[in-house]
Design a protein around this ligand. Structure first.
Ligand SMILES: C=C(N)C(=O)O
Length: 124
């Protein structure tokens, strides 16, 4: 496996790579709504979702991939009441063939983020 790290995404907040390539697949770590400077972008869930997806884009970019290569996403949210707002922002990043997706509410996220997203992308 080939660890991949990007300078277009905030530094990892623990001992992990931004992503890993194995064969034709790319697995990202979960992205939280940190800016490149390492600060939570805001308390607004729409802004947090956009930041998370921008960070995912930055990680994919260094691997030579983009959103169109994503085959599966997993969304972790701290409050299911944010589901509709998150969907609204998410839909702006995915057009055409939509990736598979899971969305779950969790009791708490790192840095008390409201949303975290991880993806699997394909080099095929
Ligand atoms: C934010 C993370 N992906 C983590 O702590 O694993």
């Amino acid at each position: 496996m080939q660890p991949i790290n990007s300078d277009k995404a905030p530094a990892a907040v623990g001992p992990y790579s931004h992503g890993v390539r194995t064969g034709d697949l790319f697995y990202s770590s979960g992205q939280v709504p940190l800016t490149l400077e390492g600060k939570i972008v805001s308390e607004d869930v729409a802004e947090q979702t956009a930041q998370v997806l921008d960070n995912i884009g930055g990680v994919l970019d260094v691997a030579g991939l983009d959103y169109s290569n994503i085959v599966k996403t997993t969304i972790f949210i701290a409050d299911m009441n944010d589901f509709a707002v998150i969907n609204e922002v998410y839909a702006k990043y995915f057009t055409g063939k939509l990736p598979a997706r899971s969305c779950v509410e969790v009791s708490r996220l790192p840095l008390d983020a409201k949303v975290e997203i991880e993806v699997v992308a394909s080099f095929e």
